[in-house]
Design a protein around this ligand. Structure first.
Ligand code: SOE
Length: 412
């Protein structure tokens, strides 16, 4: 969606009559963890970046009337709705931001696009490839009417990762040989952690695979500019039964509801290898069972001319090794990605005053508003989301086929 510097690129059409005059009205569905993160992005974007069109927090939607009104007050939304169809129908809503669990993404996003609204949809795009295909088809029809649709892979907006992409595209790594990504969290290590929606296939589609694996598949394709060509996978559910959750979700968790338990119907971890068309080999690992790792999205790319490494737990840093330098003085060096010349940073603080997780949602809002104003297809598009969904489905199929060469039979 164009340049990632802080400067404005001029006003343009918003795709809806009258919207330029009164700003672009955002209507958000869902207000839990992701809804709060997106609200932060919408609230802040116009105070940091020069924008071609201002975002207005028009209305937020949730099923519980009292809770959604409280969320509207807390998060800064002008109005509250309890029916997402009513939210979409509002005249003051030009863009629908879908922050619900995956089982409602397709229905809400397609309805919003058909009602003439722009759409931002949280990742993974959908729970199945079929849903994602329907969403892409709806986005293509809407594009002809001047609407845009974007999927929320927010880590593309970490300045260090945007810089990494620029460096790969500029050839600083030469020919890529290895693409290595892990996304490690530990919030399921405790078998007493309750059975929240993220652990149910009917709600979330898959487990660590769709929640965390989707991010690293998207990043691998974004950074390399290539589509994964084939996979071989293993998945596992380590804790198959958990206490039922009670009450509203809080962060990733919820209160456990007494002695009753239920089945975990998703993967706890997914490990897979992949090939890229260029011949590069990739490895991926997504888990919520890596004790001590809180949000360790780590990656390393090795090419004929150099290597790059990144860790989300140190997100203002990018490590670079230039293999064309004399061996005696070459080696990994740390780039502190806080300069005004780095992606997004001209709009923020003086050098060295780093950014965090929440800023990715500000950058996401900024890029989406630019795409709307300039009539360009935003990145990542729904088609990018579908490409990730196809990899996730291939991983599940490969894991089910279990074509592992067995050396020792597993104990029961
Ligand atoms: C939980 O695993 C989670 O919040 C994911 O759902 C997000 O997509 C990721 O950014 C952080 O971890």
């Amino acid at each position: 969606s164009g340049s990632t510097s802080g400067s404005a690129s001029g006003a343009g059409p918003t795709g809806r009559p009258g919207a330029a005059r009164r700003g672009l009205g955002v209507g958000m569905v869902g207000y839990a963890f992701m809804g709060a993160a997106h609200s932060q992005g919408w609230r802040t974007v116009g105070r940091v970046f020069d924008l071609p069109v201002e975002a207005r927090l028009a209305a937020v939607c949730g099923r519980d009337g009292a809770a959604v009104r409280a969320a509207a007050d807390r998060l800064g939304w002008a109005a509250a709705e309890t029916d997402w169809r009513a939210l979409i129908a509002r005249d003051d809503v030009d863009l629908v931001d879908v922050c619900t669990p995956g089982d409602s993404h397709a229905e809400i996003a397609v309805a919003a696009l058909e009602a003439g609204k722009h759409v931002l949809c949280e990742k993974p795009l959908a729970n199945t490839v079929e849903e994602a295909e329907a969403m892409v088809a709806a986005a293509e029809r809407a594009r002809a009417r001047g609407q845009v649709a974007m999927v929320g892979f927010n880590y593309r907006r970490v300045p260090a990762l945007a810089l990494a992409r620029e460096m790969v595209a500029a050839g600083r790594l030469g020919t890529l040989r290895h693409v290595r990504l892990t996304y490690l969290q530990d919030w399921l290590v405790d078998p007493g952690f309750p059975l929240t929606w993220r652990l149910r296939k009917d709600r979330a589609g898959s487990g660590a695979l769709g929640d965390l694996g989707a991010h690293i598949v998207d990043l691998a394709q974004y950074l390399t500019g290539e589509a994964v060509a084939g996979v071989s996978a293993l998945t596992e559910t380590f804790v198959r039964e958990r206490p039922l959750a009670r009450g509203a979700p809080s962060g990733l968790g919820a209160a456990a509801g007494g002695p009753a338990t239920g089945q975990v119907t998703v993967d706890d971890a997914a490990v897979f290898t992949a090939r890229f068309p260029s011949g590069a080999l990739a490895t991926f690992e997504a888990t919520r069972f890596a004790a001590g790792r809180k949000n360790a999205l780590r990656l390393e790319l090795n090419g004929s001319a150099g290597s790059l490494a990144f860790d989300l737990e140190r997100l203002n840093e990018l490590s670079f090794h230039d293999h064309t330098e004399p061996a005696a003085s070459a080696g990994f060096r740390r780039i502190l990605v806080t300069e005004a010349t780095h992606p997004y940073l001209a709009a923020w603080w003086p050098p060295g005053h780093g950014l965090g997780y929440e800023h990715t949602f500000v950058h996401q809002a900024r890029d989406l508003l630019h795409a709307i104003a300039t009539g360009t297809v935003p990145e990542p598009s729904f088609a990018d989301g579908l490409a990730v969904q196809r990899v996730l489905a291939a991983v599940e199929e490969s894991a089910q086929k279990n074509s592992v060469y067995t050396l020792v039979a597993a104990s029961p």
